[in-house]
Structure formats: structure tokens, C-alpha cells
Design a protein around this ligand. Structure first.
Ligand code: WTA
Length: 672
């Protein structure tokens, strides 16, 4: 069955077509010179190709060896891969037992307690904390004991709504230690969104801070938690643990709220860890899909941890003394995998950054690299574009010579931004890794490898180990073999770190990801493959919009808008945006007696901010008399998408619309 949502394959971002000529960049020679850099784990295309071949032809051998090499097991596994997409029972390393916290903390702390695990670069540049593996282990054990004392047991869910501070990582690891399933909610979400997630996962404990700090400002976290928990749907929450970040004197609810520091003082810094089955859930992370409520993506312990560790090792080519810095928020999957689990499982030093790229100046990222001698740096195209616009002088002032690998994630990177990143930040002497993946894939699935893959600006290049990408025709589901032709991107055969389910809704998981194109995992992205086998990601083909690397569901934004009492119907589409990748345009029709005031646009934007969060605010609101609709009354978003993307002269056949005459007024309204 072909994918059922509206097909907008190739609608946006024809990255490759815009380029007059595509240049292939060889691996910088410095990376292969052992006098200047540690020898890359993979340093020839031959090596990559033979490892990839083994990973797909003999996955049991390949991933069995890798899992024994990179992870410590309490009980060895016998079966490597198990199950299939068809049967919906994918599992890896059955019989195996391990603990993610032991792998990320204990084993390094026991061997090398003084090694720095976390460098916290606080909001103010002078506010830096270094936390060793030994200290991390003690604090994680304390928090694990606090949670146990509150009755948290293996398999329970714990919600975490916290800013970018080491205590967030301690809370996550403490959950993993005792087998509790952590569910981190991005601290930019509103009280209503937080409530939905806390109610869905049924957490009895929420961990938060009094406030956060970001860009010189205080961010309310505890008061958002209070608002969320005031609702009946969150009645099961028994305790809120509050870390004091700013000391602003937030109200504490008697019997429910507990201060982090008071509980930690009472707790013993030793706590045995729970031996988890490889397939026990490690965490839930809610993400947006095409329809309805956000999905609690379930990741399990063994396969996820292996994906995290393997990709940090090979894609960032991490070596023992490296300082690895991922600028994502811990509330999204990139933070989970590439700030926390990946680097810590390998025992390297990871940087946790609390501030913004431009606070107090646009040199912040570059000063951070210089100050901590960062070797791998990972950020999003939006940040790169914003900093590029602010001028080269900020980069030029800093010494970036420690860098070896610079990465990009979250959205397609346009060649201009890629070239600037390569030349100005990497100085042409670093590997640029454009890494493609998703919350559901757990870890990177398509990317260059620093020591071997020649790169092309705008292409995520080649599949990681175990990944077999295929392009399918959205209408027929047939495989597309033609060079440069766009299709939907799907993956043949399961890989260790893929999501296993949607929390308490396995049938939705199967319907969304593996039934749309039988025998394949469906990514929701469009892509093409060039003559060298390089993959070019074209953007989402479903109703997901990607704004500054934030993944948003059009359905969720539409439902937020429709909750306003003047709104009759809302349709949301993504428009190409030079800075944020895509921007949200909302087309809204009003109820007959609605009060059309000047401030209505603003009110509608505020409604979305309140219901979802500030990052989901529409950039433009278009009040329309009527939407373009089919005769059966369905809004044709494809037409709206073309109009906002300046393709209103190529709308195609509009005669099937119930009333084609609505189009000219919409076009003139958008492009006036
Ligand atoms: C998009 C973030 C092009 C894509 C890790 C995907 C990308 C969605 C890239 C997942 C990339 C991520 N090139 N597009 N290198 N990386 N995407 O779940 O549309 O927040 O489906 O995971 O981001 O977003 P998510």
C-alpha cells in the first residue's frame, strides 16, 4: 500500500538542482597524517565498503562483534538480530543483559575517576563546571537512591522537564541506573504540551528546576510544571523534585515538591544498578507525526546504546582524549544520543551548553571551541546560517585548530551554509559530516565518515553500517533505481537502534512506520540518489514541518489554531525560509460572527505559543474567506504549499476543486 498522506515529494528544497556544478571534496590530508591527528577508525573507502557489506550481509556477525566490543554486558546475548518488520517483533541481543548507566558512567569511573565526563558551559561564559566520571557516578547514585526512596521501580516512567544543566544528565542516568524509563520533555514546551506527555506516560515523578537560564534571561520551568500538574489528567503525579538553578524563590507545594539538594544530601552515593534485558525500554521521547497526538517513541537498552556508541565512534571518529561538543538541546533526540549516551558510553568528555549561539556575542560557539579545545563540534544548519549572516569576524577571532570533525543535523543543509561551515569553521582542514537521522532511528543512519568519505555540499552521502536505504515510488511502492529521481526514502531490514514501538500503541507504530511500504521502514522523507550512490535528502513528504530543526506536526498546529473561538478552519503548510529552513504559514477561515480585530493575527500566534510552545509560532497568518477544497470538502494543502513557495504559476489542474475561484485572492493575499 503506498503512503496515504498527500504526496509532496520534491515539492521543497531542490538542493541539487540549484547548483551549477557539484564539487567533490576529498578527505582533508591532515586527517590522514598520523603526526597531526589520531589515525581515523576507518581510513579508506575500501575499508568502509567491506565493513558495510559485512554489516548487511552478515548482520549477526557484524553487530554481535560490535556489541561485545563497545558495550559491557552483565549477561551475554546469544541471538543478535531477531524478528522482522512484517511481524512487528524486531529485537536485538535477546537474552543479553546490561545497564546503560553502568556503560556510560561506572566502567569509566572505576578505571579513571578523575577523567572529565561533562564540561558545563553555563549561560554566562565565565560559568564553567567540570564534572569527572567519579563525581558523576556519585551524584547519579545519590539521585538513583532518591528515586528509589520515592518508590520508583524498574519499568516506571519518570518525566524530566529541565534546562541544559548537568543535573538533567544526572537525572536521566539515575533513571537508567534503576531501570526507570525516562521521558524528557523539551523545556520549550508549554504547560499544555507537558501535561499531554506526563499524562500519556503516567509518570508519578516529575523532575524540574526552579528556573532555567538562557541568553541572559530566566526561563520559568517550575511554574510551567505547576500549571501542567494543576489539571486533573496529571493526578497520578506524587512528587516533583526541584533543582535550584537560580534560587528565585519559587513556591513549593507541601507534601508534593522536594528540593533536589535536600534529598541529595540525605542520599548515599553508592547504589547498585539494575540488570536490564537488552529489550527493556530505556526511554520514551515524544515526537510529532502526521496526525493527532504526539507519539511516545520507545527506545530499548541494548540496540539503542550500541547505535549511539557506534555512530560517535565512527561518524565523529572519536578517540580517547577528545572533547566532543553537541549543541542540541537535551530535550530532543540529538541531545539524548549525542550529548549523553554516545560520548559517555565511549568514555570521552562531552560538553553541555546552556546558552545560545549569539549570547553574549555571535562568537559564543567559536569561543567555546577555543576555550575547551573541542575536537568534534555538532550543530544545526539554522545556527550555521544565522552565524554566517552575522559575519566572518566572529569566527576569525578564535583559534579553532583543535577541531577535526564538524557535523550538521536536523534539516537539509544548503550548499552555501555547508561551504561556509567547511571553509570558515573547518578552515578546509576538518571533515564535514552532514548526518541524517530521526528520533525513530535512534542514531545517525546516513553520513560521511571523516577518514574516508569524499563529501558534496548538501548530500548526507552514504549509509551507516547495517542501513540499506531504498527509494520507493510514493504512488506504487515500487523501487526507484533511476539516478537523481526523487522518491520516498525507506530502509530495508531492521538495525539495532531503531525505535521498537510507540508507547502503549504498537499498532500505530506498525501503521506509521512499517505497513505503509511492506518490508520497509518508512522515514517520511523524500530523497534522491546520484550517480555515485550519494543520497540527497529533500525534506519531509508528510505533514511534518521542520523549523530551525524543530520537528512540528501541521495537524497539531491546526488543532491549536482551531481552539480559538473565532476560527472556523485552519490549514498549516511549510514555506521555504532562508534562515529557518521552513517557516509556518497558517491559512485560517473565521466563523461567521467572528470578531475580526486588528490584533487577531497576534492572538492566533499567542494561542499556538500557549498550547504548544514558542518554537511552534506561525510566521504568517493568512485570514482567508475559504480554503481551496475538493468537492468532498477536504482542504488541498498541496495548493497552499505551492502558493507560499512562490509556485503559484504551476498549480497544475485546479478544475477538481469545489470552487477554483478562491485561488486568485489567496495568491494575491500571500504575495501582495
Ligand atoms: C530531518 C533529528 C536532511 C528529516 C535528528 C528527518 C534531516 C527529521 C537531516 C527528523 C539531514 C534530520 N538532512 N534532513 N542531515 N537530519 N533531518 O526526529 O526530515 O527531530 O525526518 O530528529 O529531520 O527530525 P527529528
Amino acid at each position: 500500500m503506498p503512503h496515504s498522506t498527500e504526496n509532496n515529494v520534491a515539492a521543497e528544497q531542490p538542493v541539487q538542482d540549484k547548483l551549477p556544478e557539484i564539487i567533490t571534496h576529498p578527505v582533508p590530508s591532515r586527517l590522514l597524517d598520523s603526526k597531526q591527528c589520531p589515525t581515523p577508525h576507518i581510513n579508506s573507502m575500501e575499508q568502509y565498503r567491506s565493513m558495510w557489506k559485512e554489516s548487511v550481509e552478515e548482520p549477526n556477525k557484524f553487530f554481535g562483534n560490535l556489541a561485545r566490543d563497545l558495550l559491557s554486558w552483565d549477561k551475554p546475548f546469544e541471538t543478535v538480530s531477531h524478528g522482522s518488520f512484517e511481524d512487528g517483533d524486531v529485537a536485538w541481543f535477546l537474552e543479553g543483559e546490561l545497564n546503560a548507566c553502568y556503560n556510560a558512567v561506572d566502567r569509566h569511573a572505576l578505571k579513571n575517576p578523575d577523567k572529565i565526563a561533562i564540561i558545563h558551559e553555563g549561560d554566562e561564559p565565565a560559568d564553567v563546571r567540570h564534572i569527572s566520571y567519579g563525581e558523576l557516578l556519585r551524584d547519579v547514585c545519590r539521585m538513583a537512591n532518591v528515586l528509589k526512596g520515592l518508590g520508583v521501580r524498574k519499568g516506571d516512567n519518570v518525566a524530566i522537564y529541565m534546562p541544559m544543566i548537568p543535573e538533567t544528565m544526572i537525572a536521566i542516568l539515575a533513571c537508567a541506573r534503576i531501570g526507570a524509563i525516562h521521558s524528557v520533555v523539551f523545556a520549550g514546551f508549554s504547560a499544555e504540551s507537558l501535561l499531554d506527555r506526563v499524562a500519556d506516560c503516567g509518570a508519578h515523578i516529575v523532575i524540574t528546576s526552579d528556573e532555567g537560564r538562557r541568553g541572559g534571561r530566566n526561563i520559568a520551568t517550575k511554574s510551567i510544571v505547576d500549571n501542567a500538574l494543576a489539571k486533573e489528567e496529571a493526578h497520578q503525579v506524587e512528587h516533583v523534585i526541584v533543582y535550584q538553578r537560580t534560587g528565585s524563590g519559587v513556591p513549593m507545594m507541601e507534601n508534593r515538591d522536594l528540593w533536589w539538594h535536600e534529598e541529595m544530601e540525605k542520599a548515599r552515593p553508592v547504589c547498585s544498578y539494575e540488570k536490564m534485558s537488552a529489550e527493556d525500554p530505556l526511554f520514551l521521547l515524544y515526537t510529532s507525526g502526521s496526525t493527532g497526538a504526539p507519539k511516545g517513541i520507545v527506545h530499548t537498552t541494548g540496540g539503542y546504546l550500541l547505535g549511539a556508541a557506534a555512530t560517535v565512534k565512527y561518524i565523529f571518529d572519536v578517540h580517547e582524549d577528545d572533547v566532543y561538543a553537541c549543541m542540541a538541546d537535551i530535550g530532543w533526540v540529538t541531545g539524548h544520543t549525542y550529548i549523553l549516551y554516545g560520548p559517555l558510553t565511549l568514555g570521552v568528555t562531552t560538553v553541555l551548553f546552556e546558552s545560545t549561539p549569539t549570547y553574549p556575542t555571535p562568537a559564543r560557539f567559536w569561543e567555546l571551541i577555543d576555550k575547551h579545545k573541542v575536537t568534534q563540534f555538532y550543530t544545526a544548519p539554522t545556527a550555521i546560517r544565522a552565524l554566517q549572516r552575522l559575519g566572518d569576524q566572529w569566527v576569525d577571532e578564535c583559534d579553532l585548530s583543535s577541531l577535526r570533525v564538524i557535523g550538521s543535523v536536523g534539516e537539509p543543509i544548503n550548499p552555501e551554509a555547508w561551504n561556509w561551515y567547511n571553509e570558515k569553521v573547518g578552515k578546509g582542514r576538518c571533515a564535514v559530516v552532514d548526518t541524517y537521522w530521526q528520533t525513530e532511528t535512534g542514531s545517525i543512519i546516513i553520513s560521511p565518515l571523516p577518514g574516508c568519505t569524499p563529501t558534496k555540499a548538501g548530500s548526507a552521502t552514504l549509509p551507516f553500517f547495517g542501513i540499506q536505504p531504498v527509494l520507493l515510488d510514493p504512488a506504487t511502492g515500487a523501487k526507484i533505481d533511476k539516478i537523481d529521481e526523487t522518491g520516498v526514502l525507506a530502509i530495508k531490514n531492521p538495525w539495532p537502534s531503531m525505535a521498537r514501538s510507540i508507547y502503549q500503541n504498537h499498532s500505530r507504530f506498525l501503521d506509521t512506520y512499517v505497513k505503509a511500504y511492506p518490508g520497509h521502514y518508512f522515514t517520511g522523507d523524500g530523497a534522491s540518489i546520484d550517480k555515485d550512490g550519494y543520497i540527497w535528502i529533500r525534506g519531509r513528504v508528510d505533514d511534518v514541518i521542520n523549523v530551525s530543526g524543530h520537528r512540528l506536526s501541521t495537524a497539531e498546529i491546526e488543532s491549536a489554531l482551531s481552539s480559538h473561538n473565532s476560527v472556523s478552519e485552519a490549514a498549516v503548510v511549510g514555506a521555504h525560509d532562508d534562515l529557518t529552513g521552513q517557516a509556518i504559514h497558517a491559512f485560517v477561515s473565521l466563523k461567521p460572527h467572528a470578531n475580526v480585530s486588528d490584533g487577531l493575527d497576534r492572538e492566533l500566534v499567542l494561542t499556538v505559543r500557549k498550547i504548544i510552545g514558542p518554537f511552534a509560532a506561525p510566521k504568517r497568518i493568512h485570514i482567508v474567506r475559504e480554503h481551496p477544497k475538493t468537492r468532498s470538502g477536504k482542504i488541498v494543502r498541496r495548493i497552499l504549499r505551492k502558493i507560499v513557495n512562490g509556485e503559484h504559476n504551476q498549480l497544475g489542474d485546479t478544475s477538481t476543486l469545489a470552487d477554483p475561484s478562491v485561488i486568485p485572492s489567496i495568491v494575491s493575499q500571500v504575495h501582495q
